[in-house]
Design a protein around this ligand. Structure first.
Ligand code: BDP
Length: 330
């Protein structure tokens, strides 16, 4: 064998090996991270996505969902999916803001007027810009799930004005913007993994937290903190996403299958969300929770100016995106 042939043979062998590797990688079961229990709307959406990619690919693509946060905390899981230690997940855009500045724009409190406006913005060009930012961070966004609006709850008293947060310690998700948000309202905030909140409320390590009705219900936090005040300060979408390198290695047909499955799972999730949000609210109210509506949110909104100013100062290139999201809702 001459030198040329040897090299060619070796190159071909390497190419064959890498094809085998790629084919092998696709047949392997993709591990999906989910923080919620199996009977939660996010979980229903993820199960639907896994079922559909399997069905549409004739069994060539296989994905499994690990519910209940058994694969770790959200910030850790985000790193894992970026690096390929895990394959896919549904992440909240809150903690995702720590890895992609574009995604952080939706964590500016009160940036969305309501949930419908959030969906419209996310399904349009702003959502695409956020998806591009996530892609740079190693995450291929396939769709946006609903997670309603987040409000404060605590063990002490109803919150009607920012002054009512004074002296209270709130758990927030892992994102510095939320520490600034609570500080600007006059309270104290501490980032903490979701799974530690229940115990921390029970033992008084924290006085409160903030979340939507379904999570307030499914986490059992309502048993420990009975004052739920409808501030709706954050309307955060969630991202169905896949490790970017895994996605890039798929054929065009497979990418299409993923996108179609994601689009269908988004519909299923959003419908399941609307239903669950109502049910959870009814359940916590029936359990004796004291819910108070905050009729005038302007004092909370006005207090957020320094949070916006700091954000724009630190990310001047994102000023246009913030403005585009605000203008799209006018
Ligand atoms: C829920 C989100 C979940 C977060 C959790 C939290 O769906 O992704 O981990 O809030 O507060 O609403 O940590």
């Amino acid at each position: 064998m001459n030198k040329f042939m040897k090299t060619t043979t070796l190159t071909l062998a390497a190419a064959a090996m890498s094809v085998a590797f790629v084919a092998g990688a696709q047949a392997r079961e993709w591990r999906g991270w989910n923080i919620h229990p199996a009977d939660y709307p996010v979980s229903t959406g993820m199960e639907e996505f896994a079922r559909l990619i399997n069905e549409k690919s004739g069994g060539n693509l296989e994905a499994k969902v690990y519910h209940g946060g058994v694969l770790g905390d959200q910030p850790d899981a985000i790193q894992q999916v970026r690096l390929g230690g895990l394959d896919w997940a549904v992440f909240n855009l809150g903690p995702l803001g720590e890895v992609a500045p574009e995604a952080n724009v939706v964590s500016l409190p009160f940036i969305f007027k309501n949930v419908e406006a959030m969906h419209e913005v996310m399904d349009g060009p702003a959502g695409q810009q956020i998806a591009d930012g996530l892609a740079e961070a190693g995450l291929q966004a396939l769709g946006w799930y609903d997670s309603g609006a987040r409000s404060f709850y605590n063990t002490k008293h109803p919150i009607n004005t920012p002054e009512d947060l004074k002296g209270l310690k709130f758990r927030v998700m892992s994102n510095d913007l939320y520490v600034q948000m609570v500080a600007a309202l006059g309270g104290n905030a501490t980032p903490m993994p979701y799974g530690e909140v229940y115990q921390s409320l029970k033992t008084g390590v924290i006085d409160g937290a903030e979340n939507n009705y379904p999570s307030y219900d499914s986490s059992g936090h309502f048993e420990a903190a009975k004052y739920y005040s409808v501030t709706q300060h954050l309307i955060l979408p969630e991202c169905l996403c896949v490790n970017k390198a895994l996605y890039d290695g798929l054929s065009d047909d497979e990418k299409k299958i993923l996108q179609e499955a994601a689009d269908e799972s988004v519909k299923v999730q959003r419908a399941a969300w609307a239903e669950r949000a109502e049910k959870s609210k009814e359940k916590v109210v029936a359990a004796g929770i004291e819910v108070n509506e905050v009729a005038d949110k302007s004092a909370f909104q006005d207090a957020m100016q320094p949070v916006y100013d700091n954000f724009i100062k630190a990310n001047p290139d994102l000023a246009d995106l913030v403005k585009a999201i605000q203008d799209a809702q006018k």
